[in-house]
Design a binder for this molecule. Structure first.
Ligand code: ZN
Length: 347
């Protein structure tokens, strides 16, 4: 079990023994990607990822606006770190680009909806992806606005608002009056929504429409799910033979998280293995003199990949199980490689 984490490093070292590949930017990029968090430690490593490498220019995507400027300030340093890691001057420059949020339209719609429900933006103020949906929402929103007007606040609710407004300095009387109006409107709105199936998210306090008996808003539930998944994946990576029961208990998650983590880890390993085999084929075609050495070395590495793959997928060191899974993996690998070669696809 020990050393399973080092498998990938072993395989990587094996590739590196032939220097021709070191000049291949696809390979270099792959290597940078695999070790990115290690090379660029801390929040920058967590919130950025290398996307492409061409003529010595590395494009790095930043998916967090908050660290954008900091990251750019550290560009030179990051470049140096990468070059040190690669043991040579492979990067000439680094270019940063922010993530394109268009692809996350649905998620963004969700965020906008949350803000609309909270009342911090007007419905339709920020257009959503689906126009027809937006119109429908405006219609229902108009109905809500009408009904909110009919809501009557209790004396103690009004009292609470006044207490807060009175704290504002008399110099700002104008602003205080305006804030009072807004506060009353928001309170009415909150009351109306709560009467109509909305509840407060126990995590972020946003009002959301409760569909089943969930206690958190959509966004918080997704974050929670991601967190659980990550925890489980880390555990399985370290202890691949851990049982479902034990893993669920240790991570305080559930059965489906356990199997999903296994599936995804196995799939990632399979993809790494496929990539490795394709690269090795390429290497052989470029170094015919070393064909024999490359082949025997690669065979060992592929066996390690398969072992790793089966460990993640099944989580058992039973020999019979391994034999069956190994056969299946090889068959699939052959099919996938054949497909890529026949379609002349660059991977
Ligand atoms: Zn929430």
């Amino acid at each position: 079990m020990e050393g399973i984490k080092d498998l990938k490093n072993l395989a990587l070292e094996a590739i590196e023994k032939r220097s021709s590949l070191l000049k291949n930017e696809k390979y270099i990029l792959w290597k940078i990607k695999k070790n990115w968090k290690q090379i660029v430690s801390g929040p920058i490593g967590e919130k950025t990822y290398p996307k492409s490498l061409f003529n010595g220019n590395l494009v790095v995507v930043i998916n967090d606006g908050v660290i954008y400027h900091t990251t750019i300030m550290y560009a030179e340093k990051i470049k140096e770190k990468v070059n040190t890691f690669l043991n040579g001057k492979f990067l000439e420059s680094i270019e940063f680009s922010k993530i394109n949020y268009k692809i996350k339209r649905d998620l963004l719609d969700e965020l906008i909806e949350n803000e609309e429900n909270r009342g911090t933006i007007r419905v339709g103020e920020i257009p959503r992806g689906n126009v027809r949906e937006r119109n429908r929402n405006i219609d229902s929103e108009n109905k809500i606005t009408e009904k909110v007007r009919d809501i009557v606040l209790l004396p103690e609710e009004v009292e609470e608002i006044h207490e807060n407004i009175d704290k504002i300095d008399k110099k700002y009387e104008d602003i205080a009056r305006r804030l009072e109006k807004i506060a009353i409107k928001l309170k009415k709105r909150e009351k109306y929504l709560k009467n109509n199936g909305y509840i407060e998210c126990k995590n972020c306090k946003i009002l959301f429409l409760q569909e089943n008996s969930e206690k958190m808003c959509f966004e918080c539930r997704m974050n929670e799910k991601n967190r659980k998944f990550q925890k489980m994946a880390d555990l399985i990576r370290n202890k691949p033979y851990i049982s479902e029961k034990q893993a669920v208990r240790m991570t305080n998650t559930d059965k489906s998280t356990y199997y999903k983590a296994r599936d995804i880890l196995a799939q990632q390993t399979y993809n790494d293995m496929l990539y490795y085999c394709l690269e090795k084929n390429r290497e052989i075609s470029l170094n015919e003199d070393y064909e024999f050495e490359i082949r025997s070395e690669s065979r060992e590495d592929v066996e390690k990949f398969i072992k790793n793959y089966v460990d993640y997928k099944i989580g058992s060191d039973n020999e019979e199980v391994f034999k069956i899974e190994r056969k299946w993996a090889l068959r699939r690998l052959r099919k996938d490689m054949k497909f890529r070669l026949e379609n002349n696809r660059r991977y």
